[in-house]
Design a protein around this ligand. Structure first.
Ligand code: HEM
Length: 499
């Protein structure tokens, strides 16, 4: 029985030490103004009405260059700091060892406690460098996956048929993104698709489950005691089994000097680590991390854009005209011809401005105490983020901010700087893809992917909302914004090819 006493003593010491170094002490943030609900200031309201409190704080402080703090409902109610735009350049320039995005992701989604995949530097690197270098060659393969998925998920529909957009676009995005991650064969494998989707859902479920069962002081016990602690490990193990044959065959070919030009992340990972190849399990984790970063965010974005297309049919003739005109000049879609779809690009950006996937971005965690140039001090392990939703709904930057103006960014390009205001452009006024070194490296790929889908959709199908319905409202939960996944629309094949 001595071991039980020994173990109990160890646990007790662990708890004591842990409580001493409690991660976020609100008292250390008391110099930053707190924004809270005047009435009914419950934890629940910070989940259901997050946008309201963010708006209050922005009007009172953020807009005037001041940071504020508000309760973080998913972090035991500790404070999180919402920054003013004036701090953005400093955050962009701060080194990783001081303000960290990976640390934020680990702490915010409890990735270590749920035994999930962790942010992968090699995966981010191949996306930033190799994917972007190969975008032109990926247009045709992506189109192939898009057309094939349309055929599978929208069977012949000469007459109006019901359709749930989420059910179409989640598998389509998984396949199109998967084509550049794992190649032709695996990206179509139903078990692989299901597993990559389940991984993201599992991470969300585990972080919520752990938070529901453990207060932040006790979460470190989750890897040994949380009932679902094996879920993500089992899933990762299966992913490694599925990727192993593809990876080992590619690795052997690479070592043997066979000149095969695969254009996907598996290949780029091999080429980027020639001396010390990763194990299949490490490759699987890197890929799952990319699927996690890219699938649900892109699916939500395309669903919102298509809702906007249905809600604003007045734009369709101009968009089709642009497609016709571009295809008349070069009949095959390419990187160059997709770049000519400026009106469509503008429509996509306006849709993302009004219906983004989250109301804050550029989320960071302070690795150690950090003092900004103006003296604002944040203790170590403070969550900070920028209220992108407020920036993109501020009338001083975007006149008539609540109005959907599909050609807003097209005009801004024509009247101002033609190199700015693209869907994938990030700037201090456009932070939906983040900012600085960590700004989403997949955003140029996303712009191509969405244009490929939308041109196909506009040319071949007509869509309307189900009778008596309008654009379904977004679903907001904490800082996340998702389009309605359940609403049905109606679809019909075009009689002529629309071109
Ligand atoms: C519409 C779809 C997407 C949106 C809205 C989006 C948004 C974002 C945002 C806001 C960040 C954090 C940036 C920051 O904090 O500064 C990010 C990071 C990242 N995204 Fe995306 N993303 C999308 C699609 C994708 C896709 C398709 C991929 C690749 C498969 C991808 C790969 C990544 C990676 C690897 C990071 C981490 C970069 C790093 O740590 O340096 N994303 N994304």
């Amino acid at each position: 029985m001595a071991w039980i006493a020994y173990l109990s003593a160890l646990v007790a010491i662990g708890i004591f030490v842990r409580s001493l170094i409690a991660r976020r002490e609100d008292s250390k943030l008391s110099h930053i103004p707190l924004v809270k609900f005047d009435e009914n200031d419950t934890q629940e309201r910070y989940i259901t009405s997050t946008r309201d409190i963010l708006h209050q704080g922005y009007l009172k402080y953020g807009k005037h260059g001041q940071a504020f703090r508000m309760r973080n409902p998913v972090d035991g109610g500790h404070s999180q700091v919402i920054m003013a735009k004036s701090y953005l350049d400093e955050v962009k320039n701060a080194s990783e060892s001081r303000l960290s995005f990976p640390l934020y992701s680990i702490q915010s989604f409890l990735l270590k406690y749920s035994r999930s995949v962790l942010p992968s530097p090699i995966a981010a690197h191949v996306t930033r460098i190799d994917l972007n270098k190969n975008l032109g060659e990926l247009v045709a393969p992506m189109r192939e996956e898009c057309i094939d998925t349309f055929k599978t998920v929208i069977p012949e529909c000469k007459d109006w048929a019901p359709l749930k957009l989420w059910d179409v676009f989640l598998p389509m995005i998984s396949r199109m993104t998967g084509r550049m991650l794992v190649g032709e064969e695996l990206c179509r494998n139903p078990e692989w698709i299901q597993l990559t989707i389940a991984n993201t859902q599992g991470i969300m479920k585990s972080s919520m489950g752990i938070r529901a069962l453990y207060s932040s002081r006790w979460q470190w016990l989750a890897p040994w005691t949380y009932p679902g602690r094996k879920d993500l490990v089992t899933l990762r193990r299966r992913a490694a089994e599925l990727i192993e044959p593809v990876y080992m065959q590619r690795l052997a070919a690479f070592r043997g000097g066979t000149q095969h030009k695969y254009r996907d992340a598996v290949q780029w990972i091999i080429e980027n680590s020639p001396e010390k190849p990763l194990s299949p399990a490490e490759v699987a984790d890197a890929l799952l991390f990319l699927y996690m970063a890219g699938i649900h965010s892109t699916s939500a974005t395309i669903v919102s854009i298509v809702y906007d297309l249905i809600a604003h049919p007045e734009y369709v003739p101009a968009l089709l005209d642009e497609i016709r005109h571009t295809l008349a000049e070069s009949p095959e879609w390419s990187r160059q011809s997709l770049a000519k779809l400026r009106k469509l690009d503008s429509f996509m950006k306006e849709s993302q401005r009004l219906n983004p996937v989250g109301c804050v971005t550029v989320q960071r965690s302070t690795v150690r105490p950090y003092t900004f140039a103006d003296g604002l001090h944040l203790p170590a392990n403070t969550f900070l983020s920028f209220p992108t939703y407020e920036f993109t709904h501020d009338a001083e930057t975007y006149p008539n901010p609540d109005e959907f103006d599909g050609l807003r960014f097209h005009r801004m390009r024509e009247e101002g700087d033609a190199t700015k205001f693209h869907f994938a452009t990030v700037s201090n006024d456009s932070t939906n893809f983040g900012a600085g070194f960590h700004a989403c490296p997949g955003r140029f790929f996303v712009a191509h992917e969405l244009k490929i889908i939308l041109t196909e959709l506009l040319m071949k199908f007509e869509l309307v909302f189900a009778e008596g319905t309008r654009r379904p409202p977004d679903h907001c939960h904490d800082f996340t914004i998702m389009p309605n996944m359940q609403a049905e629309v109606r679809v019909r094949e075009k009689q002529s090819f629309g071109i």
